[in-house]
Design a protein around this ligand. Structure first.
Ligand code: MN
Length: 339
């Protein structure tokens, strides 16, 4: 961090500022220039709030030269993080495909879909039990019953289950879930993130619809700084001016996050586009860009789905898409994870 001081700063004020900064356990280096003085900080500056520095009377400008996240930063952890989920590995050279319906609706729907996606080659099952819907009048999910049905589907297929938590008060219901998902709308629910940081469970963290990649990494940092290093990042489209797709898929997030962080990266082409026919081409792009997993909505009867039917693939479409995903994954040297 570099702090530029105002010309009016007195020696006493500079001393006071330096003492305050040293309280954060960093080395301070005062450099006298011709036109202005600067303080260079060396060490871990993640605990120093830039705005508090900027608020000091004698500070002209502050600039960070290092990212404000530490645990998620590749600079400090050069090796890729590989997260074990019931014998499968997310990250580290193989591709996982998490597939299933937007919402768990009933036993027949989730079991039929689970068997179909497993047969097509999916490696994990997704399904929403708690649904963050834009309208309070839309289907809100089956809650605990939905989680029980997912567990049943796991028994039948052996696929680990991924499902979303919306509220901290439900955390006990997730004890037997393999991966806890935090949705885009909760990406900055810091109380929830901190609580998940104290669990020993993989967390699939979705990027908020208007969040920058740095904000996504700062949210990962919330979980990691509490002790849980099993964070999986997910790009699911961001809101732009383009209304033709539900969101705009930021494919460049994959190689960019890869440079910035060691955490595994997932692409959700279903929510990113909102259109079933775009899911396959976007999946192939994502694999080519180097993602570690895809999360795809598949429904046994999309036309009658209780949520997100327009973006859900039928089991037959998913099976066809999987053939191409498998071929692309092999071409890219990141074959499908086989248990
Ligand atoms: Mn959905």
């Amino acid at each position: 961090m570099v702090i530029v001081l105002k010309n009016s700063a007195s020696e006493k004020q500079i001393d006071e500022l330096m003492n305050w900064l040293q309280g954060f356990d960093v080395k301070t280096n005062l450099v006298h220039g011709i036109h202005s003085n600067i303080i260079g900080l060396i060490g871990d500056t993640t605990r120093i709030d830039m705005e508090s520095v900027q608020a000091k009377e004698i500070v002209e400008a502050v600039k960070r030269v290092q990212e404000p996240y530490k645990n998620a930063n590749r600079r400090f952890h050069p090796d890729d993080t590989v997260i074990e989920v019931a014998g499968r590995k997310i990250g580290g050279g193989t591709l996982n495909v998490i597939a299933g319906p937007c919402s768990v609706e009933c036993e027949e729907q989730i079991i039929t879909t689970a068997i179909a996606v497993k047969e097509a080659g999916a490696t994990m099952l997704r399904g929403g039990a708690f649904k963050p819907r834009t309208s309070p009048y839309a289907f809100q999910g089956l809650g605990k019953e939905g989680i029980d049905l997912l567990i049943q589907a796991r028994k039948v297929t052996g696929l680990p289950i991924v499902t979303e938590i919306m509220d901290l008060s439900d955390i006990d219901l997730f004890a037997d879930v393999d991966v806890v998902q935090v949705g885009a709308r909760n990406m900055q629910n810091f109380t929830l993130l901190k609580a998940l940081g104290r669990c020993d469970k993989p967390v699939l963290l979705k990027r908020g619809l208007s969040s920058t990649l740095q904000e996504l990494l700062m949210s990962a940092e919330y979980i990691m700084s509490e002790g849980n290093s099993k964070v999986i990042l997910c790009e699911r489209g961001i809101r732009t001016f383009e209304p033709a797709t539900r969101n705009t898929l930021d494919i460049s997030a994959v190689p960019l996050l890869r440079q910035k962080t060691h955490l595994p990266i997932v692409i959700d082409p279903s929510h990113a586009t909102g259109i079933a026919s775009l899911v396959e081409p976007m999946s192939l792009c994502a694999v080519a860009a180097g993602c570690d997993a895809l999360e795809i909505e598949v429904h046994n009867d999309p036309k009658n789905a209780w949520s997100d039917g327009a973006q859900s693939l039928t089991p037959a479409q998913f099976a066809e898409t999987m053939k191409k995903i498998r071929a692309m994954a092999e071409f890219c040297g990141k074959p499908l994870d086989i248990n």
